[in-house]
Ligand binder design. Structure first.
Ligand code: SF4
Ligand code: SF4
Length: 163
């Protein structure tokens, strides 16, 4: 696992995530993401709403910042996705290990990777702290009011995801 300035970045690309968490986790997460394609749509983002993500809108067809979403999202899969993913028991144990370490462990390397835990960086407080709350809410309002199409809303929201 890498230890550099990526540790403190909120918004990550796929390659940032792989650099941080290593190729094994990145490969397993890709398999989980494929399983999520079938499992998640009918649910319409229950977990995103439940964690109070301000980027979430029930009217978006998917996560508006999918390829910039933070580690907390990239590493979250509910029980339904976890059981649907074609992973061996050993692979599932590898996926769960960092979470168990984070909750029960010595708060070492894994705690550095999830440096905001248990805070979620994209809730109200998180977005206020990085100065983009009002812009996120404005763009969503424009989209939900019909002034902006989904693609433009996604582009504008992704444009805020720096750092
Ligand atoms: S991860 Fe689970 S709770 Fe979240 S959207 Fe997918 S099915 Fe729903
Ligand atoms: S940023 Fe994360 S919590 Fe927010 S909508 Fe996207 S996947 Fe869901």
């Amino acid at each position: 696992m890498a230890g550099n300035d990526l540790n403190n970045r909120i918004f990550l690309t796929d390659s940032d995530f792989e650099e941080l968490f290593g190729p094994v986790i990145a490969r397993l997460v890709k398999i989980m993401n494929k399983a999520a394609i079938d499992v998640c749509p009918p649910c319409n983002g229950y977990c995103c709403k439940n964690i109070n993500c301000l980027f979430y809108s029930e009217y978006f067809s998917t996560c508006p910042i999918y390829d910039r979403r933070p580690r907390e999202c990239r590493y979250h899969f509910c029980y339904e996705v976890f059981t649907a993913a074609p992973l061996t028991k050993e692979e599932k144990d590898i996926m769960q290990q960092p979470i168990q370490e984070l909750i029960c462990g010595d708060k070492g390397e894994v705690a550095k990777l999830f440096f905001l835990f248990p805070e979620f960086p994209l809730d109200e407080k998180g977005l206020v702290s990085i100065g983009i709350r009002d812009d996120v809410l404005r763009i969503k309002k424009e989209f939900e009011g019909g002034c902006l199409d989904e693609q433009a809303a996604f582009t504008n929201l992704k444009g805020l995801c720096k750092g």
